[in-house]
Ligand binder design. Structure first.
Ligand code: CO8
Length: 373
């Protein structure tokens, strides 16, 4: 059976970003407009006045300071609070394809690979911009890759589920080199008018190249073991779909955009993920406390602090559990891959670390990796 490795990673970061201050200013302008327009109903007790948001609360509750987005103008317009992402003609490259291709090219370049070396493309992300043709097939075509491609969605855990799926294809001999691409346009599915969640997400794309070690470059990461878990929960949900459409404003149809019970998610997911990591480490004969670095899903700084503490047995510092949440926000499945991509070069050969994701489903995925050379 082949040994399976990560031989390259790539990242596409949008050019525009929104600070907490900018976001809260436009949200609060919207609140003022809404409350003024509905003053008589509010005074009559028919509806409740909207409450302003606070940049201090956002940073304290989540650890997020800013987020990258594909379109800033629409999101910070208090009369709109939603990105302008116009539909493109079918003949034009679609936006998720454009982002994914950019990340994929970097991963391929890092591994010294051309399209001819790659057998399959998996697009693993929380939201696809259309039902079909699969985003993966468009990305495959744009890169000039033969073979096959398909999309999969396990919300924030999509990338780690994609990595295990890719590893399984290589292990089974169905492919030797598989690109796992995660173009996350979370801004299209976030209710920017919801005070409880308007600050959470950002846009980005990542790519991971999973290969048979025999064809990998000298510098790569061995995949020591992967483990996936899902437990049904309604605490994070989005009912958008071909049977249920969202209005651009998301008003009156809140469940057609992202909704969550954030407190419950926090409380239920932390122990589930920490236990899963510790059990899987022990199964692989790895002392969890000896893990050199944790590249955790980037949803909330407090969650990551608690999970890292439970796994390592002490408060983790930024070197042991790096964060990208402050600048990127929650980028769904891409979060742990961004952390890995940006914070792995300084590790030494033989160092063992963990890429871990968790989110809606509930879902969680672990990928234990060891640096080679
Ligand atoms: N400004 C000021 N005050 C606020 C604000 C605000 N914006 N929002 C809430 N408050 C107030 C509340 O009203 C409340 O006041 P009071 O105590 O008087 O009632 C107080 O602040 C506390 O509110 P919360 O309980 O909501 O605040 P928390 O401390 O729990 O923090 C978080 C909220 C940050 C959401 C936190 O609960 C959290 O991060 N939980 C985990 C969330 C998580 O990990 N979710 C996973 C989502 S990712 C996923 O899997 C989905 C993938 C799909 C991606 C596509 C996306 C579009």
């Amino acid at each position: 059976m082949p040994d399976i490795v990560i031989s390259g990673t790539g990242l596409y970061t949008p050019s525009e970003s929104i600070s907490n201050k900018e976001l809260v200013e436009s949200f609060n302008a919207y609140v003022e407009i809404y409350n003024t327009e509905h003053a008589s109903q509010i005074a009559a007790g028919e509806i409740e006045a909207l409450q302003p948001s606070s940049a201090e609360f956002v940073e304290k509750a989540s650890g997020i300071k800013s987020r990258y987005v594909m379109n800033k103008a629409g999101i910070v317009d208090p009369h709109r609070l939603a990105p302008y992402l116009p539909e493109r003609p079918n003949e034009a490259q679609s936006i998720q394809c454009e982002m994914g291709v950019s990340a994929a090219r970097e991963a391929m370049a890092q591994a010294g690979k051309t399209a001819a070396d790659i057998d399959a493309v998996i697009v693993a992300a929380s939201n696809m911009q259309r039902a079909y043709p699969a985003m993966a097939v468009e990305i495959q075509d744009a890169l000039g890759i033969q073979g096959y491609g398909f999309d999969m969605n396990v919300a924030c855990s999509s990338a780690t589920f994609g990595i295990q799926t890719a590893a399984d294809y290589v292990r089974a001999g169905n492919a030797r080199s598989v690109l796992v691409v995660s173009p996350e346009i979370t801004s299209g599915h976030l209710n920017w008018r919801d005070r409880d969640s308007h600050f959470i997400f950002g846009d980005v794309a990542t790519a991971v190249l999973v290969e048979d070690e025999a064809m990998a470059p000298a510098q790569h990461w061995d995949i020591l073991g992967t483990k996936l878990k899902t437990v049904f929960s309604n605490n994070i949900r989005n009912n958008f779909g071909f049977l249920n459409r969202a209005s651009p404003e998301g008003v009156g149809q809140k469940d057609k955009l992202f909704v969550q019970e954030g407190r419950k998610v926090f409380k239920e997911v932390v122990p589930m993920v920490a236990t899963m990591i510790i059990e899987q480490a022990e199964r692989l004969g790895i002392d969890p406390q000896s893990l050199r670095r944790l590249w955790l899903h980037q949803a909330n700084a407090g969650m990551n602090r608690l999970i890292a503490h439970k796994v390592l047995g002490h408060e983790a510092d930024a070197d042991e559990s790096p964060t990208v949440l402050d600048r990127y926000g929650n980028t769904s499945s891409a979060g742990s891959i961004i952390a890995f991509h940006k914070h792995n070069e300084d590790l030494q050969a033989g160092d063992i670390g963990l890429i871990c994701s968790f989110g809606a489903g509930y879902s969680a995925g672990t990928v234990f990796v060891r640096k080679v050379c």
